[in-house]
Design a protein around this ligand. Structure first.
Ligand SMILES: [Fe+2]
Length: 136
């Protein structure tokens, strides 16, 4: 099922929310391609755009953490979560590129679940820490 943007996904930080919406659109595009059986297009076109955008988005959040001086424990755990995501996705992608079949559907589900969970917990914590810093 595609992810529908809703208020529970909002962090309240405009730049982060806009980037999350873009990421969700890309994940939905991958899912729609998968459902339609267009696996080669998903792998060769949608997935590279999605991964590039995810890395750009992580860099944005890392930059916000660095420049705002949010608590180091949060920043370290948050950066680690981004790294684990990138490692896991790259590993799955390499297996697919090496010819392993049946991995595209689990990859798309992983992207969907990871993003929703990460937004609702880690990114919301970041947005509220950033808002607190702005008020101080
Ligand atoms: Fe994040």
């Amino acid at each position: 099922m595609p992810i529908t943007w809703n208020s529970s996904l909002e962090t309240g930080h405009r730049q982060i929310d806009l980037q999350h919406q873009e990421l969700i659109e890309l994940i939905n595009e991958a899912e729609a391609g998968l459902v339609a059986g267009r696996d080669p297009e998903v792998l060769q076109d949608v997935m590279p755009r999605l991964l590039a955008y995810a890395l750009f988005h992580f860099a944005t959040e890392d930059g916000l953490m660095t420049h705002s001086g949010v608590n180091t424990a949060h920043a370290t755990a948050h950066q680690q979560a981004h790294k684990e995501f990138a490692d896991r996705v790259n590993a799955m992608k390499s297996s697919i590129d090496a010819g392993e079949t049946g991995l595209l559907a689990p990859l798309v589900s992983y992207l969907q679940n990871w993003l929703v969970e990460h937004i609702m917990k880690t990114d919301r914590q970041l947005a509220s820490a950033l808002a607190k810093k702005r008020r101080n």
